[in-house]
Write a protein that binds this ligand. Structure first.
Ligand code: TRP
Length: 331
């Protein structure tokens, strides 16, 4: 059985994009893989986070993952900072990865923007920490969105150079699992941008904590073009907003896009949006309710996370201790 590791940032309220793109796949992977999932708060602080908000967001993300169906009895669910092996291995990897490799990372360029000089050093070495998350457990499968593919490749480059430099065969190759469902869910205001919890406009996204009214309103106000829905997928080609709403409908109902268009093609967006809102509400309302229930008892939630961290630590410790021995650290 392959071991899966994935991480998600606690940088805000999780969105429908996180659910359809990542979380839903994680839930399914539990049936076929040995899974570890972590809330990556070390990655989150590569950009300043208000401490109280970071704490709240970390708990909220953990509660959401549980509410969506991550099962702590089958999977290891934990917060990254609680397992010190990640940071120890990340340091070793900082010394393995070459500046030239990091300079090619497109996410750094996007996130640092024009003012590279004032980006944190942590943002620059972010991919090394992600490689450490994976290799700390000898995970071999990494479910991620397409935007993280380059980071997974870097994790392989790091493993290969470590193995080569130290003459060992210690870190295995990893494969990204870019699942078909990892379709990118786009902003409701701009179909060319990813739906993101960091978008300044709350109207651009469905939060997993939104109630029925908020969901209906956001879908009703979602940007569309004036044409009716096309009869086939080809008709969505130059219509990013229409394509996004149809993709969301298809993902949430488990239907093919062709199927959705066979049913709704030729109709205006008014009726389609009503139907979409209804589907979203019936799927997401129970998740929101369960998240609220879990967040009402943070002591219990924190206990669940501590147990997850203890299990993660037990898996990580021998592997990272061996990496340190290989490097020549005294034990
Ligand atoms: N960088 C990932 C993202 O932004 C999050 C992440 C951190 C991750 N560590 C990971 C994903 C390890 C997979 C494996 O989506």
């Amino acid at each position: 059985m392959h071991r899966v590791l994935s991480g998600i940032q606690p940088s805000g309220i999780p969105t429908l994009g996180n659910y359809l793109g990542a979380i839903r796949n994680w839930v399914a992977l539990q049936d076929t893989h040995d899974c570890l999932f972590c809330v990556v708060n070390l990655h989150a602080i590569t950009g300043f986070q208000d401490p109280a908000l970071l704490r709240a967001n970390t708990l909220e993300m953990a509660a959401t993952l549980l509410a969506c169906g991550i099962d702590p009895a089958r999977s290891v669910l934990f917060v990254q900072s609680a397992v010190s092996a990640h940071a120890r291995l990340a340091w070793i990897f900082n010394c393995i990865a070459r500046l030239g490799w990091l300079n090619r990372m497109t996410q750094f360029k996007d996130k640092a923007g024009r003012d590279r000089e004032s980006a944190s050093a942590g943002l620059y070495v972010y991919p090394n920490l992600m490689a450490a998350d994976i290799h700390t457990y000898h995970a071999t499968r990494v479910p991620v969105g397409d935007d993280q593919r380059q980071h997974v490749e870097l994790a392989n480059d790091i493993a290969e150079k470590f193995n080569h430099d130290y003459g060992v065969d210690f870190f295995p190759r990893v494969e990204p699992l870019i699942l078909p469902e990892a379709a990118r869910i786009m902003s409701l205001r701009d179909g060319t941008r990813k739906m993101s919890k960091s978008d300044p406009s709350d109207q651009s996204r469905i939060n997993l904590t939104d109630d029925a009214d908020a969901i209906a309103l956001k879908i009703r106000r979602a940007r569309t073009d004036p044409a009716p829905l096309p009869h086939d997928a080809a008709g969505l080609a130059d219509r990013p907003e229409a394509r996004n709403l149809v993709a969301i409908y298809a993902a949430i109902t488990g239907a093919e896009v062709a199927h959705v268009l066979a049913e709704h093609g030729g109709h205006g967006f008014g009726a389609f949006k009503e139907a979409l809102a209804e589907r979203l509400v019936s799927r997401l309302a129970p998740v929101a309710a369960e998240t609220r229930r879990l967040l009402a008892d943070t002591a219990h939630l924190e206990q669940t996370l501590r147990q997850g961290a203890a299990r993660a630590d037990a898996l990580a410790e021998p592997i990272v201790a061996e990496a340190e021995r290989i490097v020549g650290f005294l034990s």
